[in-house]
Design a protein around this ligand. Structure first.
Ligand SMILES: *Cc1c(COP(=O)(O)O)cnc(C)c1O
Length: 394
């Protein structure tokens, strides 16, 4: 027990999320709390909805933040759209597709799995086959950016396949939103969720979701009530909906919403396309450094996520010891491997505000120092010049 206030150590967050939160967003978070039905807060809610529509590139009015982390956004999509007996095609190529399966089954639905190897994107050919083999399926669910491996799947093609077979699409965009190209309306995505702590670089704990026209109809035509009271969109809309009269549903995390608003403003100021380009450009510089050092990417170039760089751990390096030393000596957090990839890879995030030149330099310098000192099988002294060459060539 301690009677001291908590002062976190200063860290640079280059793992799979949370990512570095910019001072502007932290400053917004500390502004005075007002009531969750205060007219000024209701105005802010409307602004947040508008900014989220921009971030998602959708016109859908049913676009709003769920007051809980990305996992709750995932659950909101499934509990509202899946009823007992519904058949859902679920694509799995990493950890998060497995959670989608869990969600389908807990809603009483039947999950038909389309499996791809970890590190590979979802194979549209297999998805097409599954949709043909199961004409009674009504939903296709997949992860756009698999944070456990760093693989990006072709969300546009997969959403098109869903439409072609009269299925709704549920898309996990927790790591892709604001980091990789994503166009909800143009691509015909029906339901999508994300998180605030990845490429939006806001504090953790909020999940932006969006439901398109067809998804809204499906919710309206349900034969049973949504089994979750908290995540029932019909009830949430009484508080977040467009009508002038807002009714209490739950107490929104008011200050976290200030932070979300600020991070979305920063995204708008930068421009969505510019943010995507920045993530890609910084990824190429980090990649040049990592590869020069001798670390290998586990995902093919064509489907590599710029915001999540999964590389193999070199011989002679002790996974946990390296990450501990990075944290203690360089105040730098990188991610460990998850599931099947535990102990085999590191996941280096360049998400949102963390996707900056100084972070690339810090990370490559720190890895070079720690791995060289440990006698790991890398080429020392070459990572930084290789990255700088890419940065200078821009
Ligand atoms: C982080 C993440 C989640 C879960 O988000 P939480 O905010 O941790 O609940 C879901 N899907 C993907 C792809 C993620 O990267």
């Amino acid at each position: 027990m301690s009677d001291q206030s908590f002062h976190p150590p200063l860290r640079t967050l280059m793992g799979p999320g949370p990512s570095d939160v910019p001072p502007r967003v932290l400053e917004a978070l500390g502004r005075p709390t007002i009531g969750h039905l205060d007219p000024a807060f209701v105005d802010l809610m409307d602004e947040i909805k508008g900014l989220l529509q921009y971030a998602y590139q959708t016109e859908s009015a049913l676009t709003m933040p769920i007051s809980a982390p990305g996992s709750a956004g995932m659950e909101a999509c499934f509990v509202n759209l899946v009823e007992p007996g519904d058949k859902v095609i679920v694509c799995q190529n990493g950890v998060f597709g497995g959670r989608m399966k869990e969600n389908v089954e807990r809603c009483g639905g039947e999950a038909v799995m389309v499996m791809d190897d970890w590190g590979k994107p979802v194979d549209p050919g297999k998805v097409d086959d599954a949709l043909k083999a199961h004409p009674d399926a009504s939903i296709l669910a997949f992860v756009h950016a698999e944070t456990s491996t760093g693989a990006r799947s072709d969300a546009k093609t997969l959403a098109e396949l869903a439409r072609k077979h009269d299925c709704l699409s549920i898309v996990d965009a927790v790591t892709s939103l604001a980091g990789s190209e994503l166009r909800v309306d143009d691509w015909g995505i029906d339901a999508i969720y994300s998180g605030t702590q990845k490429c939006l670089s806001c504090v953790p704990g909020i999940s932006p979701v969006s439901f398109g026209e067809r998804a809204q109809q499906r919710i309206a035509n349900r034969s049973q009530r949504v089994q979750s009271w908290f995540l029932d969109m019909n009830l949430i809309m009484a508080y977040w909906g467009g009508s002038a009269k807002r009714a209490y549903h739950h107490t929104a995390p008011v200050n976290a919403m200030y932070a979300l608003h600020e991070s979305l403003l920063m995204l708008k100021e930068e421009g969505l396309e510019n943010a995507w380009a920045r993530h890609q450009h910084n990824h190429l510089a980090l990649r040049a450094g990592l590869e020069a050092m001798g670390l290998n990417f586990i995902v093919d170039e064509a489907s590599r996520l710029p915001q999540l760089n999964a590389v193999t751990i070199p011989a002679g390096a002790d996974d946990a010891a390296v990450r501990t030393r990075l944290l203690q000596e360089h105040h730098l957090e990188i991610g460990a491997g998850l599931g099947d990839l535990a102990g085999k890879v590191w996941r280096i995030g360049l998400m949102g505000y963390a996707s900056r030149v100084e972070n690339i330099t810090l990370c490559l310098g720190a890895l070079d120092a720690v791995l060289s000192d440990m006698g790991a099988d890398i080429k020392p002294g070459v990572a930084l010049p290789a990255a700088e060459k890419v940065l200078a060539g821009a």
